[in-house]
Design a protein around this ligand. Structure first.
Ligand code: SF4
Ligand code: SF4
Length: 185
């Protein structure tokens, strides 16, 4: 089999230092405001692409930013005790999934995903990182090697994704949300 051609790409990521987080939730506020339409017209943490799990009695403040939507619920789940702090099942999970309300638009129920604040004009660093005054969030760019064709979106994957959204939320909600997104600047 011929060897695949490689190329490099930049991965954007946010390093979370939960020990520094104080639960102020500024990251949720600015994320929801930045993604409002028009930008900064409202803020509603329920629309944020980052969630801070807070439990002051147990001294738990855990920022988690939203990853991919998954149509399947996990059959087995883990709980964690780290440095004496107990974390519930799903605490570290970044997925929007059918078994919880996190990372979903409150009105349509459609999944939310962190887009690293991609916008035109570009921002120099994600807004949640900028607004975190205690440096619990740090923006990083890492260069990795990938197969040349890895980034090409395949039409069947797009179709599968759309089908799962329609199954889950119904055609009307999907169309309504696409129309709303299309109006965004
Ligand atoms: S802004 Fe920083 S300190 Fe405040 S909740 Fe978010 S991650 Fe934690
Ligand atoms: S990087 Fe941007 S989109 Fe992602 S959680 Fe932070 S503010 Fe929200």
């Amino acid at each position: 089999m011929p060897e695949k051609t490689k190329k490099t790409k930049i991965i954007k990521r946010i390093h979370v230092d939960a020990d520094k987080c104080n639960g102020c939730r500024a990251c949720e506020m600015i994320c929801s405001a930045f993604h409002a339409s028009p930008k900064y017209s409202t803020n509603n943490p329920a629309r944020a692409r980052i969630r801070v799990i807070t439990d002051p009695l147990r001294d738990i403040y855990l920022p988690v930013y939203a990853g991919e939507y998954t149509p399947a619920e996990c059959m087995g789940r883990n709980t964690y005790t780290l440095e004496g702090k107990f974390y519930d099942e799903c605490a570290f999970c970044r997925a929007a999934c059918p078994s919880r309300a996190d990372f979903k638009e409150p009105d349509s129920g459609l999944p939310l995903k962190c887009d690293m604040c991609e916008s035109v004009p570009e921002v120099d660093e994600p807004l949640c990182v900028k607004w975190c005054l205690v440096d619990a969030l740090t923006y990083e760019e890492v260069e990795v090697e990938v197969d040349e064709d890895e980034e090409e979106p395949r039409p069947e994957e797009v179709e599968l994704g759309l089908e799962s959204l329609v199954d889950r939320f119904g055609m009307d909600k999907v169309l309504e949300t696409v129309a709303r997104l299309a109006k965004k600047d």
